[in-house]
Design a protein around this ligand. Structure first.
Ligand code: 5AD
Ligand code: SF4
Length: 420
């Protein structure tokens, strides 16, 4: 979401004549887009600002801006704490950036953190680097108010773009050579444009060009409709991949989290998805150490992971966030216990992922070529329709092509292929 927002900011500034540089020494304006979801994300930003200090000493004219959720959360506290920061801009106020930057050039600090009920930036073309994969934001904000989560406070209420502008943007992307489009929102399943829901949107986007792969995230289990499952099942180029965060395997903790489903309901949903979309890839998010989480609650999470056998899981230690309801519940699980639980879950998931990936050895997968692998120029990477990364020896293929690759080896994170 933040990558997409940074591209949006790039689009707004490009419209004012700014150009992008990745070299801090060349920059007249340095902007950091921030995340507030857990304390360690915020600590990294304070660390990163250290780099800016040295540059600001060399070039005192450089304007430094903090964007995004941490700006929204800390507001003027940011200007008080970090003296080198000139502007603080929340997620719904990016249109004011050019004016705030101008002001900052004449020495005036600025802050813009009003949240909006309508802003979707749907008329702004994001500044994207050319490539194969693109993010397209379709809705912003969240009304779910999970008790651990700061997002409803930093990104405000849910609002959706019109279906027409999303389809138009995807048409442009297809014409530019993009092949992999991920529709983004905090809770995409509550997308709404008049009578159109998210299933209508995904179908419409997939119909733009059948050589595009369409994915989306994130889905809240409560809003995962049968219509959407049906759209995935019946549309070839909607990827058979769903990120479906469960957060905990204990009904008691799920209730305290205000997740609005029970383990049984979640498992029924997984069952419906799997029978409608055979071979579907499912991933999840888990929080370990929510206030009051006992060993028994943790056991239930482990059992749920074993029962579902996810294709992947992102596991986080609970981080108390001010203003949330869970903040009032304290932070009762020690850091040590949280880490031990996370370590156990990560180990278990790696084993499951390795087992699942092993079953691909010997099969032939149709992959979308993305480009050179991180480790070697002789190797390329691509992805399967179920979002698995495949590394394979490079031949003549170009990024954006679909090719068949025979899988010869696998570990928990990657499949390795040979050309067929
Ligand atoms: N502490 C730890 N993890 C959190 N997440 C959201 N809020 C918190 C928090 N306070 C996790 C959830 C969510 C993912 C994006 O981040 O698992 O799905
Ligand atoms: Fe946060 Fe996601 Fe819950 Fe919304 S649905 S409050 S973004 S965890």
């Amino acid at each position: 979401m933040n990558v997409a927002d940074s591209e949006l900011v790039g689009g707004i500034l490009a419209g004012e004549g700014y150009a992008f540089t990745s070299e801090l020494e060349d920059a007249d304006v340095a902007l950091i887009n921030t995340c507030a979801i857990r304390d360690n994300a915020e600590q990294r930003i304070h660390g990163r600002l250290g780099l800016f200090h040295a540059q600001k000493r060399r070039n005192p004219e450089m304007v430094v801006g903090i964007l995004g959720c941490m700006a929204e959360r800390l507001r003027e506290r940011f200007l008080e704490k970090e003296h080198l920061v000139d502007i603080v801009v929340g997620p719904d106020e990016y249109r004011r950036l050019p004016a705030l930057i101008d002001q900052a050039f004449s020495g005036e600090k600025g802050i813009a953190v009003r949240l909006s009920r309508v802003e979707t930036y749907e008329d702004i073309e994001p500044l994207r680097t050319e490539g194969v994969a693109a993010w397209v934001s379709v809705m912003r904000g969240c009304d779910k108010f999970c008790t651990f989560c700061v997002v409803p406070f930093t990104r405000g209420r849910e609002r959706s773009r019109s279906l027409g502008t999303v389809v138009e943007e995807v048409r442009t992307l297809a014409a530019r050579g993009f092949r992999d489009v991920t529709l983004l929102g905090q809770n995409v399943n509550s997308y709404r444009d008049g009578t159109y829901d998210f299933a209508d949107l995904v179908r419409a986007v997939a119909g733009v060009d059948r050589s595009l792969r369409i994915r989306f995230m994130t889905s809240h289990p409560q809003d995962m409709s049968d219509r959407l499952i049906d759209a995935i099942a019946s549309t070839e180029n909607i990827c058979n991949y769903i990120h479906l965060p469960v957060q905990s395997g204990s009904d008691r903790i799920l209730a305290l989290m205000n997740r609005t489903y029970t383990v049984e309901e979640y498992l029924q949903l997984v069952g419906r998805i799997r029978s409608a979309v055979p071979g579907v890839s499912l991933t999840t998010d888990i929080i370990s150490g929510f206030p009051g989480e006992t060993d028994e609650d943790h056991r239930r999470t482990v059992e749920l992971i074993e029962a579902v056998r996810y294709d992947g899981a992102f596991t986080f230690t609970y981080s108390p966030r001010e203003r949330t309801r869970a903040w009032e519940m304290g932070d009762t699980v020690s850091g040590e216990v949280k880490s031990a639980r996370v370590t156990e879950i990560i180990g278990l998931q790696q084993e499951i992922s390795r087992g699942i990936n092993q079953r691909f050895v010997g099969t032939i997968e149709q992959i979308l070529v993305e480009g050179p692998s991180k480790k070697s120029a002789q190797e390329f990477t691509g992805r399967t329709g179920t979002n698995r990364t495949v590394v394979f020896p490079r031949a003549q293929e170009q990024p954006g092509e679909y090719i068949p690759v025979r899988i010869v080896r696998a570990n928990s994170a990657t499949l390795f292929g040979a050309r067929t």
